[in-house]
Ligand binder design. Sequence first.
Ligand code: PEP
Length: 270
Amino acid sequence: MIADGDESLAMNLRPLFVAGNWKMNLTIPEAERLAAAIVGASPGLPEARLVVAPPFTALSSVREVLRGSSVSLAGQNLYWEEKGAFTGEISAAMLRDVGCQYVIIGHSERRQYFGETDAGVNKKIRAALSHGLSPIVCVGESLDERENGQTIARIMSQIEEGFKNLGAAGFSQTMIAYEPVWAIGTGKTATPAQAEEVHALIREKLAEEYGNSPASCAIILYGGSVKPANAFDLLTEKDIDGFLVGGASLEAASFIEITKEAIRALKVKT
Ligand code: PEP
């Protein structure tokens, strides 16, 4: 247990996560090749916990490539029901069955194109936790919301609704990814200061809900056009604990370079 207020110690205890969201990309052989390249590089990146989220069709094959390595597998989504007549959906138990340890929940593309709500996100988080999956919960504001000064209100309500009745034990297994919607896949990145402002407020909000100690240990990732050129500056910020990477995770070289930059930043920060 970390004493309340001992932030530098808590920061040291927050492991560096770099997760790749491959979205609706890659055939099975392509996914296997990408996974193999990341596995090959992973012994040289021991300071980072690497996670890959292939499309559902490639999970099983990528699991075989990751076997025996330190790289973990994530699903990109799940449905909260246990089983039944929900055509096209995948349950938490199925993700566990195929070897996932993590699942991305509430990605802005799911909210934007598939009508996902904060209440649905809450049900998905609970389903994930009840099957031993660690959720990576995405929050973020649209460009309109940012321009109208609603960034913080939007994110706080996403956390309030999405994390409703999540006990301390569930919270301790959950990561947050702050992903400004206007920065996803657009090439526009939040500046380190813009990102840190939101990360710090998220951590404050978590402290109100769960107490200082758990909030100090919470992993808050940044996502939105992360690339090798901006990874170092973003990660030197106090409350940025790693990245959720989309486009740049589809090339092993850029994913690995981002991780190296993040490790370099981690060493400066601690
Ligand atoms: C994402 O999809 O979570 C993401 C951050 O995408 P990109 O890195 O391409 O902006």
